[in-house]
Design a protein around this ligand. Structure first.
Ligand code: ATP
Length: 320
């Protein structure tokens, strides 16, 4: 394969730029032509495609977001949109694409793959919600962003002897809450994968107060189906402790990627280019037990995300 494309799709994630840079530079090093497809599948349909060179990805490694921009495309979900995308790709002579995005972007890639384009999917999402890989690009940065926010919130929470609920992203996956909760010393972690008992949460808060604890951080994943303000009111009513809410929202999506996310992005992109160069079939690139992996794309998307109950229990023991 000599002509390849790269696009970013779905929500932006820190490290997407590191991945784009590595796709372009590894591709050029192998003598390939690399085309940047702007604004995800929407841009693909519109033909927003430009050849990239070494300098077009200069000075982006440390930047959050994506220089290729990203989009959610309704048109691409239709057969007509997908046929149009194929025609655009054939006009450019592009035979393979590195798709950097979350679960939906990979599913979009699978549609193209079934129409004859080779797709290498790179997991680019802060949510860490793809079952076939231990980590996604952007997750580590998001966890560190939440951690730094929790460190600040804890100061105020202690000074005023308040409880604070910190609501974090992750859609149906509780990993951001779990990792930032454990490393940030949260007293309670609420994730969609585990049922929670409001009485247990409140008991822990009261026990903490009785042993002289000043602050209480409750880390709540957005996927837990209870309104966060309602939860605050319940806690206040049951514990008598003033309870505030901080919703971190998009603050978690931006920012300079951590070393770990840059490394992950660079290694996964190298693998994707290598596979395209060798004319391999469509794959989803991941990391398992520290090794870069490549699963068949369709199979990868059927793998359910396991929840790390060991970490969940450890976080509970450490915060009693
Ligand atoms: P994030 O995890 O950050 O939300 P994502 O990749 O899961 O990222 P989605 O909005 O689900 O984000 O998907 C991105 C785009 O991929 C959609 O706007 C759509 O164009 C395409 N897409 C998603 N699912 C499908 C599908 N089943 N078939 C075709 N295209 C799809």
């Amino acid at each position: 394969m000599r002509k390849i494309g790269v696009l970013t799709s779905g929500g932006d994630a820190p490290g997407m730029n590191a991945a784009v840079r590595a796709v372009v530079r590894c591709g050029i090093a192998r003598g390939m032509e690399v085309y940047g497809i702007h604004r995800g599948y929407e841009g693909l349909i519109e033909g927003a495609i430009k050849e990239m060179d070494m300098s077009s990805v200069g000075d982006i490694l440390h930047r959050g977001g994506t220089i290729l921009r990203t989009a959610r495309s309704e048109r691409f979900r239709t057969e007509e949109g997908q046929k149009h995308a194929i025609n655009v790709l054939s006009a450019f002579g592009i035979e393979g694409i590195v798709v950097i995005g979350g679960d939906g972007s990979m599913r979009g890639g699978l549609e193209l793959s079934q129409r004859g384009i080779t797709i290498m999917g790179l997991p680019g999402t802060i949510d860490n919600d793809l079952g076939y890989t231990d980590y996604t690009i952007g997750f580590d940065t998001a966890v560190n962003t939440v951690l730094s926010a929790v460190t600040n919130i804890r100061d105020t929470s202690s000074s005023h002897e308040r409880a604070t609920i910190v609501e974090v992203m992750g859609r149906h996956c509780g990993d951001i809450a779990l990792y930032a909760g454990l490393t940030g010393g949260a007293d309670n972690i609420l994730v969609p994968e585990m049922p929670f008992d409001i009485n247990q949460v409140c008991k822990k808060i009261i026990q903490g107060k009785n042993r002289g604890k000043l602050h209480d951080i409750i880390m709540k994943a957005e996927g837990v189906e209870i309104d966060v303000q309602e939860l605050a009111q319940l806690i206040e009513d049951k514990t008598g402790k003033e309870t505030r809410v901080v919703i971190l929202a998009y603050l978690q999506r931006g920012g300079s990627p951590t070393a770990r996310d840059r490394m992950l992005a660079s290694q996964m992109a190298k693998k994707a280019v290598e596979l395209l160069y060798n004319d391999e079939e469509s794959k989803a690139i991941g990391i398992c037990g520290g090794e870069i992996t490549a699963y068949d794309l369709e199979t990868a998307l059927t793998i359910k995300r396991p929840f790390n109950t060991d970490l969940y229990e450890l976080a509970d023991v450490l915060s009693r």
